[in-house]
Design a protein around this ligand. Structure first.
Ligand code: SAH
Length: 259
């Protein structure tokens, strides 16, 4: 039997957002290596499997990537069905591509299984439509955190006219605000900050570009959270209406008052 590893997205947290394919892979698994953003409730689909936690959260003690690679390889070569389970989607800020390439380079078959990424789930859970006809014709997913401290082209992002969904941004709100303002994004651009998307403890904080750092502080926003920046994040009873109003030049405050 040839060695094989499934790189599976566990979705943002709500176990009902798992794909059927993820459930099937978990069902067949002998060994499951999980990241710490994975909701353990999804493990009910693999009661027979050996579970190994290999989390690597920013700032905490983490399992070295090389060790994770070797573990997957060892179990796969023993003929075990190995599932590498990652929060959200394995290929959105999840090193899925990197791990797949490494495994294939070592003669292991890899099957990638999509998960619902936190940015998409978070927005939907808060009734935010990331693209919206006449308001936002695209969406850009970016991470505020890089290993090599390389800078994003914030100016291009500010000018893109797309909704921005920012991952790993909680500790960088000041930088994000400064860069986007410098890039020409309007100071009152609506912002939604969504913590623990799709989990029972989900919280959301609506703000705008100018106030988001102070508002997040007051709200005690914590990781994991995503930021949605753009007209579609306008706060109102009728989100679509609010987004369209903001786009036409009506201020966020006025929209909130009319809601
Ligand atoms: N592969 C994952 C992203 C991993 S990077 C995915 O596709 O979702 C980790 C970042 O994802 C966190 O810092 C946070 O910005 C975001 N994130 C993950 N789970 C989240 C959740 N339930 N709610 C809000 N943000 C989340």
């Amino acid at each position: 039997m040839s060695a094989k590893v499934w790189l599976v997205g566990a979705g943002p947290g709500d176990p009902e957002l798992l794909t059927l394919k993820a459930v099937r892979a978990l069902n067949e698994a002998d060994v499951v290596l999980i990241d710490d953003l994975v909701n353990e409730a999804v493990l009910e689909h693999c009661p027979q499997a050996r579970i190994i936690a290999v989390g690597k959260r920013g700032g905490c003690r983490s399992t070295p990537q090389a060790f994770i690679h070797r573990l997957m390889l060892r179990y796969a070569r023993q003929g075990k069905c190995v599932v590498r389970l990652k929060g959200g989607d394995p290929c959105i800020f999840g090193r899925g591509g990197e791990e797949a390439q490494w495994l294939r380079g070592h003669g292991v078959d890899v099957e990638l299984v999509n998960g619902i990424t936190a940015g998409l789930a978070g927005a939907t859970q808060c009734d935010i439509s990331l693209t919206l006809r006449g308001v936002a014709r695209g969406v850009t997913l970016v991470t505020a955190h890089t290993q090599d401290d390389s800078e994003l082209n914030w100016h291009a992002l500010a000018q893109s006219g797309t909704t921005l969904v920012i991952y790993m941004g909680v500790a960088k709100l000041g930088d994000i605000r400064r860069q986007l303002l410098a890039g020409g994004l309007a100071a009152d651009t609506p912002v939604a900050m969504i913590e623990n998307a799709s989990l029972p403890q989900q919280r959301e904080c609506r703000s705008d570009l100018t106030a988001m750092q102070e508002d997040a502080h007051e709200f005690q926003l914590k990781s994991p959270a995503i930021l949605v920046i753009g007209a579609v994040a306008a706060c109102a009873t009728d989100e679509m209406q609010a987004a369209a109003l903001w786009k036409r030049g009506v201020g966020t405050q006025e929209i909130e008052q009319s809601a």
